[in-house]
Design a protein around this ligand. Sequence first.
Ligand code: HEC
Length: 206
Amino acid sequence: MRYIFLVWIIVVGMVVGIAGFQGDKTRRTPIELFPDMDRQPKLRPQTANAFFQDGRSSQLAPEGTIARHSSWEKTPENTGKVVGTTNFVSTIPLPVDATLLAKGQVKYTIYCAPCHGATGDGKGVTSKLGMGVIADLHDHKGRKLITAADGQLFDTIGQGKGLMGGYGSVLNPQERWAVVAYVRALQLAKLGSLDDIPNAERASIK
Ligand code: HEC
């Protein structure tokens, strides 16, 4: 036991003798155990640096960035609600045209179809993998989703609902409205009747 103690003192003495105490001044080259930690190729905030073209280490936020919690415009386009109320707007507050629908189809196929299925029947691939209770967008809870305000669907897409997570981080408001429009198209495709088709086109249907 005594020897171990002695050896320990000698070893510590040697280490200090060779390496010195931290902060000691010496003319010899210091021993660097982790040179990449002593000299890191990192940018210090708020200083000049040649790495970026504009010479700043801290880059400006991308154009159009808004601060979290800042009061961004509470328009129906952004919130899906009637200004100053908590009521959902009943119809999509953007012009619905073929371009919007096409965008909606792309986004729906990426972000919704895996669960809700390509036709919206709730039988996407995840249902086959065991995920239960995926809403049937045609006939969920007594057709509530067919009569639901467009703003409510917009809200569900952005914030999620019940077991479904929100997609607001990957779909901007315009894309969410596009998905709403596409969901409406899916519903119409299944539930529409001959009366929904303009007279002029009816002949070509049968
Ligand atoms: C990971 C699977 C999943 C994805 C992806 C998904 N959903 Fe859902 N969705 C669900 C589930 C599960 C429910 C049922 C939630 C509940 O009732 O608790 C649901 C419910 C809904 C409802 C009904 C909400 C209500 O009022 O009852 C709507 C509308 C809906 N989803 C639309 C969408 C749209 C549009 C997308 C694409 C942007 C989407 N969902 C993506 C799983 C998903």
